[in-house]
Ligand binder design. Structure first.
Ligand code: PMP
Length: 423
C-alpha cells in the first residue's frame, strides 16, 4: 500500500530545495517548548490552526503599544501609521497569492466569511431558479452550507462531484457534470480531512471552457504550497490567517477585479462608501467596497507578517520538509496493526487521517492528549465526505513546517499505548 503513494518518493526538485533550520524555526514558535500533562508538546493539529511565530506576535503588540488607531479616516500620525501597516499587509498578501492588484484582496474574518461574501454578493445577484452550483464531496462545511442556503433561497440545484475510495476527485465525472445551467464551481484546493491536493488549474480550465466561474477554497493550501491565482486563473480564492501561522478572525477573499467591480456590496456601513445621503449612497472603490466598518486591523497586520514569514522560509523548503514528514508519518502509521489511513491520493499535503479497528477516534484523541500529542478527531466539518467513506470520524494528524520526526514518534508511541489499553 505504501508504494501507491506518489508522495512517498522524494522528487528531484524536493531533494534540490533548500532546507529549514529546524531548531531556529522552532525557536520562533515559543508554544512548541511547553509541556502538556507533563509531556513535551507534539503539536499535530495544524490543519485546525497553526501556531504563531514571535514575528507575528511582535507585529501585533507593536500595533497595540505604538500606533493603535483607526485606519483610513484619521489625519493624525497614529492613524496614518496604522493605515500604512494594514495596506502594506494587503500588498504582502497580494504578493503571496500573486494577484494582479491590491484591489483584488479583500480582508474578511476568514475563509468562511469570504465564501459567504461571494455567496451573498455574487451569488444572490447571479443565481436563479433552475441554475446549478457544482461542488465536490470533499468540501468543508464552509463551502457547502452557504451554497445550500443560496440554492434553497433561489430554487437552484446543488450538484456534487464524486470522489474515489482513496479520496481522489473524479475528473471525468466533473467534466460531464458541467451543463448549460452550471453557474459556479466551488472546489477545495487541499482537503482538510484527506490531504488530497486537487488540480485546481485544470478544474478551472474545464469550467472556463464552458464559461463557468470557479471559487477555490484555499484554507489548507496557502501555508503549504505556492498559490498563484493568476496561474490557477480562478475567479475567487479564499483563505484564513490562522491556518498560515497568523491570527484568528482574519482572512482574505481574492476576486478577479472584473467580478468584484460588478458585484454589489454585501455589508453596508462606514468605510465602504464615498458619500451618503438618506436618498442615495455612492460606494467606495475596491477593495473597500466590501470592507464595511472598522476592520480587524491588528489581525490584518498579523496576517501580512505571517505571509512574510512563510515567504522568508520559502515554499520549496516548506514543501520538502512537510513531504518528508508525510512520508515518515505514513510509513510509521502503516506499521500499526488495525490502523487504516483515510485518504491515500497520490498528491497529498501533510495531513494523515486514520481509523483504528475497535477504538473511537474521540477516545484516541483523549489518550493522545494525555501523552502530549495534539491531534484533531471527529468529522472535521466534512460530514458528507464521512458518509461517502462509510465512517463517522477519523483521527487526524496534520504537520506544519516546524514539526519533527520526534513528534511523529511521540504520536506512534502514544497510539501503541492506546491500543494496549483497549485490548
Ligand atoms: N475550508 C477548509 C478546507 C478548512 O479546513 C476550513 C477550516 N477548518 C475552512 C474552510 C474554514 O476556515 P475558517 O474557519 O478559518 O473560516
Amino acid at each position: 500500500m505504501a508504494d501507491s503513494f506518489a508522495t512517498l518518493k522524494a522528487s528531484a526538485a524536493e531533494m534540490a530545495a533548500g532546507s529549514i533550520d529546524i531548531e531556529r524555526c522552532r525557536d520562533d514558535f515559543p508554544v512548541l517548548n511547553r509541556q502538556v500533562h507533563g509531556k513535551p508538546l507534539a503539536f499535530l493539529d495544524n490543519a485546525a490552526s497553526s501556531q504563531m511565530p514571535e514575528q507575528v506576535m511582535r507585529a501585533h503588540t507593536e500595533y497595540h503599544s505604538r500606533y493603535h488607531a483607526n485606519v483610513h479616516r484619521g489625519v493624525h500620525l497614529l492613524s496614518q501609521e496604522a493605515t500604512e501597516a494594514m495596506e502594506g499587509s494587503r500588498e504582502t498578501l497580494r504578493e503571496l497569492v500573486n494577484a494582479r492588484s491590491t484591489k483584488e484582496i479583500i480582508f474578511t474574518s476568514g475563509a468562511t466569511d469570504a465564501i459567504n461574501l461571494v455567496m451573498q454578493s455574487w451569488g444572490r445577484a447571479n443565481i436563479r431558479e433552475g441554475d446549478e452550483i457544482l461542488i465536490s464531496t470533499m468540501e468543508h462545511h464552509s463551502n457547502i452550507v452557504p451554497w445550500r442556503m443560496l440554492c434553497d433561497e433561489k430554487g437552484a440545484e446543488l450538484k456534487v462531484i464524486p470522489v474515489s475510495d482513496d479520496g481522489v476527485l473524479d475528473m471525468e465525472a466533473y467534466a460531464s457534470m458541467i451543463t448549460d445551467r452550471t453557474r459556479l464551481v466551488g472546489i477545495v484546493h487541499v482537503s482538510n480531512t484527506l490531504g488530497t491536493i486537487n488540480p485546481v488549474a485544470e478544474i478551472t480550465r474545464i469550467a472556463h471552457e464552458r464559461g463557468v466561474p470557479v471559487l477555490v477554497d484555499g484554507a489548507q493550501a496557502v501555508s503549504h504550497m505556492k498559490v498563484d491565482v493568476q496561474k490557477i486563473d480562478c475567479d475567487f480564492y479564499v483563505t484564513s490567517g490562522h491556518k498560515m501561522y497568523g491570527p484568528t478572525g482574519i482572512g482574505i477573499l481574492y476576486g478577479k477585479q472584473e467580478h468584484l467591480e460588478k458585484m454589489p456590496p454585501w455589508r453596508g456601513g462606514g468605510d465602504m462608501i464615498l458619500s451618503v445621503s438618506f436618498e442615495e449612497v455612492l460606494y467606495n472603490d475596491l477593495p473597500y467596497k466590501f470592507e464595511a466598518g472598522t476592520p480587524n486591523i491588528s489581525g490584518a497586520i498579523g496576517m501580512g507578517k505571517a505571509a512574510e514569514y512563510i515567504m522568508s522560509v520559502g515554499y520549496e523548503a516548506i514543501h520538502k520538509k512537510e513531504q518528508e514528514l508525510l512520508r515518515y508519518a505514513v510509513e510509521q502509521l502503516q506499521s500499526i496493526d488495525g490502523l487504516r489511513i483515510i485518504g491515500t491520493a497520490p498528491e497529498k499535503s501533510s495531513v494523515v487521517s486514520f481509523v483504528i479497528d475497535g477504538i473511537h477516534p474521540h477516545d484516541i484523541g483523549t489518550i493522545l492528549d494525555l501523552e502530549g500529542v495534539a491531534v484533531r478527531t471527529g468529522h472535521h466539518c466534512t460530514q458528507p465526505l464521512m458518509e461517502r467513506l462509510g465512517i463517522v470520524a477519523t483521527t487526524r494528524a496534520s504537520m506544519a513546517m516546524y514539526n519533527r520526526k520526534e513528534d511523529i514518534d511521540q504520536l506512534v508511541a502514544a497510539l501503541h499505548k492506546t491500543i494496549e489499553m483497549f485490548r
